[in-house]
Design a protein around this ligand. Structure first.
Ligand code: 2AL
Length: 260
């Protein structure tokens, strides 16, 4: 099976890092296809970055060969429900998958994320996903997303310290990593903390394999049905559902190569 792992930010080195984490857990016979958004922010650290990242993700879902499943590799799960509308293949977000995985191996977890302003986004996701009973706290480290790649930023040590504080103060039993750029830290942290440390990229790949293996597809009878066929005006006219998903049997029109 093919799983397309989309990095909604435009930093290709982060896509490679996520790709390594994905391939490390992928089953034999699972091909991880990496895609970096071509438009938008180099790192996603706020509502504006997130909102503008969604078109790049949509491009990556509609372009090229259709995959068996898609993973949105950013902890805000930007555009997750919109992405589920435009394909019947399962679309998974790393935050949702990481939180669910955590509940299978612990009754409580803390999320350790990047900047303070992204803490709010994670807290909103906790509520949206009904995870308040499991998530004890979302902790920001004030490490910027791109600093995760810079050895001199001491990101590893800062994140380890915050995880230790989570175990000590929140009394959480597991850690959820709050950024795709932390995917390479899971093993390092788990060895030092002695509790499950969940990277959403790996979790998403395994859940994607499970859903595809069960032949589960996204329901197309409610709010995740293909977008209503109407024109869009101005800069977004190319994304008009009337062009992308004509009214005629959209269910059979899995995807149309239209962009560009
Ligand atoms: C992220 C992430 O996973 N990728 C990115 O650019 N920003 N999330 C975050 N909380 O900083």
């Amino acid at each position: 099976m093919q799983i397309k792992l989309i990095n909604p930010n435009t930093t290709a080195s982060m896509t490679e890092l996520m790709g390594s984490a994905a391939r490390a857990v992928a089953a034999q016979g699972t091909e991880i296809v990496l895609a970096t958004s071509r438009s938008g922010a180099v790192s996603i650290e706020g509502h504006y970055d997130e909102a503008l990242s969604v078109l790049g993700t949509i491009d990556q879902i509609l372009e090229g060969n259709p995959a068996d499943a898609y993973v949105i590799g950013c902890f805000g799960d930007p555009g997750l429900l919109a992405a589920r509308e435009i394909t019947a293949a399962p679309v998974l977000g790393i935050a949702e998958c990481a939180m669910h995985a955590a509940t299978f191996v612990a009754t409580s977890f803390s999320i350790v994320t990047t900047l303070e302003r992204t803490r709010i986004i994670s807290e909103q996701l906790v509520r949206n996903y009904g995870m308040e009973r499991h998530c004890r706290r979302v902790r920001a480290t004030d490490v910027a997303v791109l600093d995760l790649e810079e050895p001199e930023s001491c990101a590893r040590a800062i994140i380890l310290g915050e995880c230790e504080e989570a175990l000590r103060t929140d009394k959480s039993e597991a850690i959820v990593l709050g950024c795709a750029g932390m995917a390479d830290l899971a093993k390092y942290l788990e060895e030092r903390l002695g509790v499950p440390v969940i990277d959403g990229v790996a979790a998403s790949v395994k859940f994607a394999e499970a859903l595809v293996g069960m032949r589960l597809r996204t329901s197309k009878i409610g709010d995740l049905a293909y977008p209503l066929p109407k024109p869009y005006l101005g800069k977004l006219s190319a994304y008009a559902p009337a062009r992308l998903f004509p009214a005629t049997a959209p269910q059979q029109t899995e995807r149309l190569a239209i962009l560009g």
